[in-house]
Design a protein around this ligand. Structure first.
Ligand SMILES: Cc1cc2nc3c(=O)[nH]c(=O)nc-3n(C[C@H](O)[C@H](O)[C@H](O)COP(=O)(O)O)c2cc1C
Length: 155
């Protein structure tokens, strides 16, 4: 399967995790990884699966590297029909009112443009006891399995 791992980050955690997810999948799949700051919404390709890793910052806002992408999604209103994505959040329950809001916002923006979310959005809690990769690797494997089942060789 052709997969693009996209990340939105403020201080680099999502970037490290995205690179780890890419390394984990690379043996069996053709995987690319990109910062959302280097990715324009019109670059989506319906033949690929997109795995998005995104933190939350400020008061439940998107991290800096995802902001221009989100602005472009809102301003240009691209039609993302046929695009499939899974999304994984990085957050901290110390921010209990806005836990995981960055990835939530991003998933809502993509869905509003017609993209289809595969599987559940889950969020790693930096105040919890799990390592992010211990949640993200099974999440990625599950999204890829669901994508293969759902859309087969078309992505
Ligand atoms: C100033 C600041 C604000 C934050 N705000 C939130 C928030 O509103 N919700 C949340 O779930 N996590 C919040 N976090 C936690 C980060 O999302 C978490 O530390 C994450 O691992 C950062 O990933 P990054 O380095 O890729 O940006 C915040 C962290 C900091 C330092």
């Amino acid at each position: 399967m052709n997969i693009t791992v996209l990340y939105g980050t403020e201080t680099g955690n999502a970037e490290m995790l995205a690179e780890d997810v890419m390394a984990e999948l690379e043996g069996e799949h053709d995987v690319e990884c990109s910062n959302l700051s280097d990715f324009a919404p019109d670059a989506f390709d319906a033949r690929r699966l997109y795995l998005i890793v995104c933190s939350s910052y400020g008061d439940g806002e998107l991290p800096a590297s995802a902001q221009p992408f989100a602005d472009a999604l809102q301003a240009n209103m691209p039609d993302l029909t046929g695009v499939h994505f899974g999304i994984f959040g990085l957050g901290d329950t110390e921010y209990e009112e806005t836990f995981g809001f960055g990835s939530k916002t991003l998933s809502e923006l993509l869905s509003a443009r017609g993209a289809v979310q595969i599987g559940e959005r889950i969020t790693h809690d930096a105040s919890g006891s799990d390592m992010a990769e211990d949640l993200a690797f099974p999440w990625a494997a599950q999204i890829v399995a669901l994508a293969e089942e759902k859309i087969g060789e078309t992505v």
